[in-house]
Ligand binder design. Structure first.
Ligand SMILES: O=C(O)CCC(=O)C(=O)O
Length: 309
């Protein structure tokens, strides 16, 4: 009897102590030989994580200073895939080309390491500046309508849909400017009330910008195909202060632009009559990107596949 009571008491103590029971537990993350802070699980609907201390203060300042001379009114992707102005998004922004200098290269590599999604799948870095009242209203980072997918294929855009977004905060914001997921569900329900959020961010799950932190969330479900409807989100209006952030959109596959005037072969075939000669000259090895792989032009001559009998 005494033994049963003791065992129940131990069980209760263990349950109180066990990490992860309905609460988000921090754990440090180390990239290379450097520790960058800790990861807080925010929500599983959408899958969203807060990477505390992802950037150093100097790195955040460097990104701002690099982007400042290039800032212009932000655009959105229109239904035809072209960039256009829209009142849904009123910030200023600039794209910094990937690997444009050694400091940005280190950050790009850190994004790849932290997300486990390779550099080749990343878009250029988009830096945003929001002043009082400026916002990016509720939206998805992907458009998976059949029309948009067909349009992407026809225009030769590679990479498939955006699978994840890593949003780095480059400044603190006195009030407002949160990133809000109105359909999101906190893992730790106690977080709903604190810190005090603006009206826009008091819906669902939200992150208050803190210089150096980054929020990582996924727009696709784990199958990498279907949109996660919970990933709907907004950059809430800034109420006091100025918000600088940097967005990294990451695709399912290698991101880029194909030459639509020179389409690759469909199935196990060559797309060009010169393929046999090029293959004999060693181009299958020397020029792999063009010759072989899923978008290769000379898959048959390179012996990469067997034609259907
Ligand atoms: O600035 C934010 O908090 C949100 C930005 C955003 O939604 C985006 O870049 O897709």
């Amino acid at each position: 009897m005494r033994f049963a009571c003791l065992s129940a008491l131990l069980k209760a103590l263990l349950l109180l102590w066990l990490p992860g029971l309905g609460r988000s537990q921090p754990y440090a993350f180390t990239l290379g030989n450097k520790t960058h802070g800790w990861v807080e699980r925010l929500s599983l609907q959408p899958r969203a994580f807060l990477l505390h201390g992802f950037l150093s203060t100097d790195e955040a300042d460097y990104i701002i200073q690099t982007a400042l001379p290039e800032l212009q009114r932000s655009e959105v992707v229109g239904p035809d895939g072209k960039e256009m102005l829209d009142d849904i998004r009123t910030s200023l922004g600039a794209f910094l080309l990937k690997d444009r200098d050694p400091v940005l290269k280190v950050i790009e590599d850190r994004v790849a390491a932290a997300t486990h999604l390779p550099n080749a799948n990343h878009e250029d870095l988009q830096v945003l500046r929001y002043e009082k009242g400026q916002t990016y209203r509720d939206h998805y980072d992907i458009n998976d309508s059949p029309e948009r997918l067909a349009q992407m294929k026809a225009s030769g855009q590679l990479g498939g849909m955006r699978s994840a977004t890593l949003l780095m905060y480059l400044s603190d914001v006195q009030e407002g400017g949160e990133t809000a997921f109105p359909y999101g569900r906190w893992i730790d329900a106690g977080k709903q009330a604190s810190p005090p959020y603006s009206e826009c961010a008091a819906r669902g799950t939200a992150v208050k910008p803190r210089k150096g932190d980054a929020v990582l969330f996924f727009s696709l479900k784990p199958d990498g195909k279907k949109k996660d409807i919970y990933s709907f989100h907004a950059g809430c209006p800034v109420i006091r202060g100025v918000k600088f952030s940097a967005t990294k959109w990451i695709h399912v596959e290698e991101f880029g632009q194909a030459d639509v005037s020179d389409p690759p072969a469909e199935g196990c075939a060559d797309s060009r009559p010169e393929c046999k000669t090029w293959a004999a000259d060693g181009e299958c090895e020397r020029n792999k990107g063009y010759m072989v792989g899923p978008r290769g032009h000379c898959r048959l001559s390179c012996g990469e596949c067997q034609p259907e009998p």
